[in-house]
Design a protein around this ligand. Structure first.
Ligand code: SF4
Length: 365
């Protein structure tokens, strides 16, 4: 705990805030402002919880991007999971997905109709469930970014090793670098720099962003989750902007290596191949997903049960897409905190505590 306190020191935060004010003044002298997007749900929550926006000058805007895996899960994926549950499969899933709205309902509502939907706290729990219930087809909802893909996909190896033939994965794995490229190419998105995700980058390595920085001329800084980590990352990005020198920087060297976690990368390459993936609110992003290789088709729930994931139809009133692109703040959605709350979410950004809408409603920032 004492170690962490060093990254929450109020005096150091005030010092960094002063530096940020000075750098922002240089930007303002050039008639410029800064919109910095974080692409990580844990950053989104930390920024809101610690009130970091209040420390920044008005010319600096922190906006939340598509960094929460639950938030970017397409309605069509939820529809496919519900169809599998209604057809007699047992759905094993992390808790948040149970409440994510599909086109017409949620897995929680399917459960209330009698479908079997089990909340698991780890992939191993899904494995244990399949072993306990050999008479049932168990489908694990394999949703996530690079951070969690390796431990989830090793379920295939574990199930094969134990001779379990009743476990499969409904995959919606997504990768962050293609999403950054899509945002950079989207004329609707106004972003000057990216605060890159720490957990994801611990796996893919900070060098994974170098092609992006070189191609788009947009600065990327990898930052940790403590208040000083984030302020330091913002300060570095503002300095780059003021100097008109976008670059790649790793402010989280105590965890993130340039090459990332080779072991996890090997595991992903063994079981998965890139595919186009549909992100809620962003549409299909080429090469941004990972699908099970054809040799593991028996573990692919969509193929095994003939239930491919199709495009969904989310509630048209929900503006998660605009929130995830940083076009609006959550409170600009007219359902925010009224028709849409964490107890009755209309869109996925209100489901997870790391969702932009849930974080803004909870912390008011
Ligand atoms: S407040 Fe609710 S309905 Fe509005 S964008 Fe957020 S999740 Fe969607």
């Amino acid at each position: 705990m004492r170690y962490l306190e060093g990254f929450r020191d109020p005096e150091a935060a005030r010092h960094l805030a002063g530096r940020i004010r000075d750098t922002t003044a240089r930007l303002a002298d050039q008639g410029r402002q800064a919109r910095i997007m974080e692409v990580c749900g844990t950053h989104t929550m930390a920024i809101a919880r610690h009130g970091l926006r209040d420390l920044l000058p008005p010319q600096v805007e922190l906006i939340s991007g598509p960094g929460c895996p639950v938030c970017v899960t397409d309605a069509g994926y939820v529809d496919a999971a519900i169809a599998l549950a209604d057809s007699g499969c047992t759905i094993a899933t992390f808790g948040d997905l149970v409440r994510v709205p599909g086109s017409r309902s949620t897995l929680a509502e399917a459960r209330s109709r009698g479908a079997e939907v089990e909340v698991c706290y780890s992939p191993e729990a899904a494995l244990a469930l399949a072993a306990r219930r050999p008479e049932r087809e168990v489908v694990f909802l394999a949703v996530g970014f690079e951070t969690t893909i390796a431990p989830v996909v090793t379920l295939v190896r574990s199930a094969a090793g134990r001779g379990l033939r009743n476990l499969s994965l409904l995959t919606a794995f997504k990768t962050v670098p293609p999403a950054l490229a899509a945002l950079a190419e989207d004329p609707e998105v106004q972003v000057d720099a990216f605060l890159c995700p720490a957990h994801v980058t611990a796996i893919i390595g900070s060098e994974a962003y170098r092609p992006f920085v070189e191609r788009y001329g947009i600065g990327c800084v990898v930052a940790g989750f403590e208040p000083l980590d984030i302020l330091h990352g913002v300060d570095t990005l503002l300095g780059q902007l003021a100097d008109r020198a976008p670059a790649l920087a790793n402010q989280y060297e105590r965890v993130v290596r340039p090459g990332g976690n080779r072991k996890a990368q090997e595991v992903m390459a063994t079981y998965l191949v890139p595919e186009d993936a549909s992100w809620r609110g962003l549409g299909v992003i080429p090469g941004s997903g990972l699908a099970l290789r054809p040799e593991y088709a028996a573990f692919d729930a969509a193929r095994r049960h003939g239930r491919p994931v199709a495009a969904g139809a989310p509630d048209p009133r929900c503006r998660c897409g605009d929130v995830l692109k940083g076009k609006i703040r959550p409170r600009d959605c007219r359902l925010f905190g009224t028709a849409c709350t964490p107890d009755r979410p209309v869109g996925p950004c209100m489901v997870s505590s790391e969702g932009s809408c849930a974080a803004e409603l909870r912390y008011g920032a």
